[in-house]
Design a protein around this ligand. Structure first.
Ligand code: ACO
Length: 432
């Protein structure tokens, strides 16, 4: 037992039990109260897991009060400035930044697993042309597991797990781009091994046969940064879902499909879509003052989308990074043709000077800018969450791998506070 403890006393019986306190490298200490039921016959009631540490992890650390986000100990600001998305993927999966040869090998490995089994492409045809891209993503990633029953089924084998991670990372942009192509009725564009991760992704999304897609260095950098900023965010809802599914020893691709389903919700991955919808609703800078009034009105549920955050209470470190590249990208565009961006810039300016937002520490979050960048890149609104899913795949699979490395993975099984009927006897239909 560690030296520091917390004592829990059941005042009904007077029974006291001492529980060890564990210290992490950063962040609050935790009470190791796993034996509470055995010791005191009680569960802990913590809906939405507001204070429950469900696992130990060495991957990502967030300090919401200080606005800190670290991947494997490296500040997100430094990674966004100096690193690439694939390097960040290597870091999240392996724990260390790659050396030169490791970078070459990892990139080659990813580049040579980007194709999809031709049979998988037939799955797309089963979806309606107007299906939501996220519903397709859940389905196709789930179906991908059926193509790798042998190579990846031995989830107890670390090499198999690594193969699963590489394949998924490599194939996600192809799966996502094919969804876009299917919806707009254009032929799928096959992956190109000679292009970088971001170039290849955008080429599959936007090129047409015999005409490669060209985009500016600023646009490319913006997308690379978005991928890095969304790569992991510790035990959020979708990641916890992946871990819970994985704890049952399920196939890793189906665990990630479960994570994608969770990300789909507007409370999780859908906020950047909501930002654009709000900007479209405002429509013109002359309407901003009346909207600001609505956002501040206690009796009006309308909120300024893209402002505020549940965890980051002083600033969202990702927003600070993405803001600069977003402004640069918007300057490159002819914004007179893009009233939406003018509205966004004016809204940002006014909200940052307004006492209501200053007093409540409501700053733009990452979604305020990522939505605008996606829009500027020509990515359709309903594909925004798919882009997020592509970026987050590495986080999901890294967290799954970390869990599977534990000597004994116990199936996740939350308990409950039962508030239904007390035990009663069956009543025959004539007597109800
Ligand atoms: N617009 C206007 N007022 C706001 C906003 C907003 N976006 N966000 C919070 N407030 C106000 C609240 O009305 C409240 O005011 P009060 O103290 O006078 O009652 C105060 O600020 C505190 O708000 P809470 O709701 O307690 O903050 P909470 O942490 O619960 O909410 C949340 C955080 C959900 C992100 C909220 O700020 C919000 O709805 N923002 C807009 C949606 C959004 O952008 N979500 C994406 C988050 S980023 C991400 O998930 C990747």
């Amino acid at each position: 037992m560690s030296k520091q403890t917390v004592t829990i006393t059941d005042n009904r019986t007077g029974k006291s039990i001492e529980y060890p306190i564990h210290e992490g490298i950063h962040g609050p200490s935790v009470i190791h109260s796993q034996n509470l039921y055995k010791d005191l016959g009680m569960f802990v009631y913590d809906p939405a897991f507001m204070t429950t540490a469900s696992c130990t992890s060495k991957i990502t650390f967030i300090d919401g009060d200080k606005g800190i986000l670290l991947y494997r100990g490296y500040p997100i600001e430094q990674l966004a400035e100096h690193s690439s998305y694939l390097e960040v993927c290597y870091l999240l999966i392996n724990g260390e930044l790659p050396r030169q040869q490791q970078t070459i090998d990892f990139t080659n490995n990813i580049n040579h697993h980007t194709m999809l089994h031709e049979g998988l492409l037939d799955f797309y045809k089963g979806f309606r042309h107007d299906a939501h891209p996220m519903s397709m993503l859940v389905g196709v990633v789930g179906a991908l597991s059926s193509y790798y029953p042998d190579q990846i089924q031995d989830i107890k084998n670390p090499e198999h797990r690594y193969d699963a991670a590489i394949r998924l990372l490599a194939k996600m942009p192809t799966i996502a781009a094919n969804i876009h192509k299917y919806i707009i009725g254009q032929p799928y564009i096959y992956p190109r091994n000679n292009l970088g991760y971001v170039d290849n992704f955008m080429n599959m999304m936007f090129s047409v046969p015999k005409e490669d897609y060209k985009f500016s260095e600023t646009a490319k950098k913006a997308l690379e940064i978005i991928l890095i900023l969304h790569a992991d965010h510790e035990q959020n809802a979708s990641t916890s879902t992946v871990r819970l599914a994985g704890s049952s020893q399920a196939h890793p691709f189906s665990c990630v499909a479960a994570g994608i389903a969770t990300l789909w919700g507007p409370a999780h991955g859908g906020a950047n879509e909501a930002v654009i919808k709000m900007l479209e609703q405002i429509g013109d800078i002359k309407n901003i003052p009346q909207y600001i009034k609505k956002f501040k009105d206690k009796n009006d549920p309308t909120r300024l989308m893209g402002f505020g955050h549940r965890v980051y209470k002083n600033h969202d470190p990702r927003a600070t990074i993405i803001r600069n590249i977003c402004h640069k990208l918007l300057k490159e565009l002819d914004t007179t043709q893009q009233p939406l961006f003018e509205v966004a810039m004016e809204l940002e300016r006014i909200a940052l000077e307004d006492d209501y937002f200053i007093e409540r520490k409501l700053y733009p979050n990452v979604d305020f800018y990522s939505g605008m960048i996606f829009k500027a890149l020509g990515i359709p609104l309903n594909m925004f969450t798919v882009m997020f899913a592509v970026a987050r795949t590495v986080g999901w699979i890294s967290q799954w791998m970390e869990m599977m490395e534990e000597p004994a993975v116990k199936i996740g099984r939350p308990r409950q506070l039962y508030t239904g009927s007390a035990q009663r006897d069956y009543v025959s239909i004539d007597n109800r």
